[in-house]
Write a protein that binds this ligand. Structure first.
Ligand code: HEC
Length: 169
């Protein structure tokens, strides 16, 4: 197959999105499994990019840390936004990581997310801290359940990025 070459300056964002869409629609892979299938795909075409569960988890890790610094600064709109980002990522995990049996344990996280949401609504710092501890413990509960107990999540000491303001305006 001849590769389709489109001059970069002529590609707007929508075109780029349409081009990468098929790769986004493919479920994340289990590196150990489907090797025969993969070899067949490799011989005919360039293997599309597949985000793995670990990559989604690294996104969740960042949002987890941001929730903490937003809440600590009583920046409730930002904290609320970051909880929403975790929820969206969990939806993506359910959609794209269907080959991972661990995802049946995702509901471990829901009560804690609800609790953080409720604390944010009441703008109560004490309640927020308690709910964040519950959230962090729930991450670890799932890691233990899914035999990834070596991935230990804790309350962060410093913000994940220095180029973002966590204080409320
Ligand atoms: C379904 C249960 C489950 C829940 C809930 C869960 N995790 Fe995970 N997490 C996993 C599994 C399974 C892995 C290993 C993924 C892999 O194979 O790459 C993982 C891996 C990770 C990693 C390591 C990623 C890497 O490649 O370095 C981090 C960080 C992480 N999780 C953070 C979190 C945080 C933070 C939370 C809570 C907000 C959380 N996880 C909730 C199951 C879960």
């Amino acid at each position: 197959m001849k590769p389709i070459l489109i001059p970069m300056k002529k590609m707007n964002f929508t075109k780029v999105f349409i081009l990468i869409l098929p790769t986004m629609l493919i479920a994340c892979g289990n590196p150990a499994g489907n090797t025969a299938q993969q070899a067949k795909a490799d011989s005919t075409q360039v293997e599309p990019y597949r985000p793995g569960l670990g990559e989604f988890m690294m996104g969740i890790q960042v949002h987890h840390a941001k929730i903490w610094f937003a809440g600590k600064n009583q920046n409730w709109p930002l904290a609320d936004f970051e909880v929403g980002e975790i929820k969206e990522t969990l939806e993506d995990v359910k959609k794209y990581c269907t080959d991972r049996p661990e995802i049946k344990s995702l509901p471990i996280l829901y009560p804690a997310l609800d609790s953080v949401n409720a604390a944010i609504k009441t703008k109560d710092p004490t309640r927020f801290k308690k709910s964040f501890v519950l959230l962090t413990n729930s991450c670890n509960n799932c890691h233990q359940t899914t035999h990834h107990e070596f991935n230990v999540i804790k309350i962060p000491d410093t913000p994940p990025y220095t180029n973002q303001e966590f204080k409320a305006r």
